[in-house]
Design a protein around this ligand. Structure first.
Ligand code: FAD
Ligand code: FES
Length: 283
């Protein structure tokens, strides 16, 4: 059982939770994630470890409220408990001195970018961060990223804040303006695909973190299968980070849509049960 220290809304659809997970806090590295289950009958969902405090034994998670489990997560309070937190899972990001590193975060992908930005900076890289969201109040972590990097460029799709453009348009400008040695792109699949297509002709190594559907997180169920360089790989044990120039993004998009109708039904049933005063578990 894991005690929640704090749980707050930082934008209309994003929550930040600090929760006790002593082993994870001590051993996690940038790029790794946990799989949590709110209660015994709950669904297992993966979330990136955005930050950790090994002294107090806590980790920080940022979650976008998109469906049943993330809605349930947003309703918990400090002092409540989460039944299971398994991790740290996945391979850590390969952190070393590359030279100039551009980190691109889209939407909730800004949260997983944060520990990578910090680690890249601590390892002597020049770090340029591009963050993007649909509109101003969905942009997260700008001040934290500013204090951990050399430059942060914020973009919004509707022009309500920062540059009125997609992060990938700015990435295109930067790779034409200066020598870039490594790119990290995390966010919606179309964004990671576009970023990889920009860097490929220039031969800039590009790492993406894939958000495939995960169930067991141990390489056994096959739920998170992706194709990378023509080979089958499992995001939970072989990833979550892969060479963006080799990922079959089109297949990933199709697989991510597989359960969309079930997820919608689960959310609708959840709302109905709440209105009737009964909280369903594991629906
Ligand atoms: C390695 C990894 C790290 C992630 N890190 C973060 C993070 O830091 N913050 C964050 O907000 N989100 C993160 N995600 C996505 C997050 O797991 C999903 O948003 C969450 O599972 C949604 O659950 P739900 O019940 O609220 O929504 P649902 O209605 O069940 O699903 C909404 C959408 O979330 C995705 N999803 C659903 N179930 C899963 C699952 N078991 N595994 C993966 N994706 C799923 C699907 O794209 C789905 O269409 C990460 C995913 C992966 C694979
Ligand atoms: S989540 Fe089951 S194989 Fe990766």
């Amino acid at each position: 059982m894991h005690r929640i220290i704090s749980n707050e809304r930082i934008s209309p659809n994003v929550g930040r939770m600090v929760v006790e997970a002593r082993y994870v806090a001590l051993h996690r590295k940038a790029g790794q994630f946990i799989i949590l289950r709110i209660n015994e009958k709950g669904e297992r969902i993966p979330l990136t470890i955005a930050d950790a405090d090994p002294v107090n034994g806590t980790i920080t998670l940022y979650y976008q409220i998109v469906g049943k489990t993330t809605t349930d997560l947003s309703l918990l309070h400090s002092g409540d408990w989460i039944t299971d937190i398994a991790g740290p899972l996945g391979h850590p990001t390969e952190i070393k001195k590359y030279g100039t590193v551009v980190c691109v975060g889209g939407g909730i992908g800004i949260a997983p970018i944060y520990p990578i930005v910090k680690a890249m900076k601590e390892n002597g890289n020049k770090v340029i961060v591009l963050i993007g969201a649909r509109t101003r109040n969905l942009l997260i972590l700008e001040s934290e990223l500013s204090s951990s990097s050399d430059e942060v460029i914020a973009c919004t799709d509707d022009g309500s804040y920062g540059r009125h453009s997609y992060v990938t348009d700015v990435l295109k400008e930067i790779v034409s303006r200066e020598k870039v040695d490594f790119v990290v792109a995390i966010g919606p699949v179309p964004m990671m695909k576009a970023a990889s297509e920009i860097t490929k002709p220039k031969g800039i190594p590009t790492m993406v973190s894939l958000n495939s559907i995960m169930v067991d997180g141990t390489g056994m169920c096959g739920g998170c299968r992706v194709t990378v360089g023509g080979e089958k790989r499992f995001t939970c044990v072989d990833g979550p980070e892969f060479d963006g120039h080799k990922v079959d993004f089109d297949e990933l998009m199709i697989r991510l849509n597989t359960y969309r109708d079930d997820e919608k039904r689960s959310m609708e049933l959840h709302h109905t049960c709440k209105l009737e005063g009964a909280m369903p578990h594991g629906t």
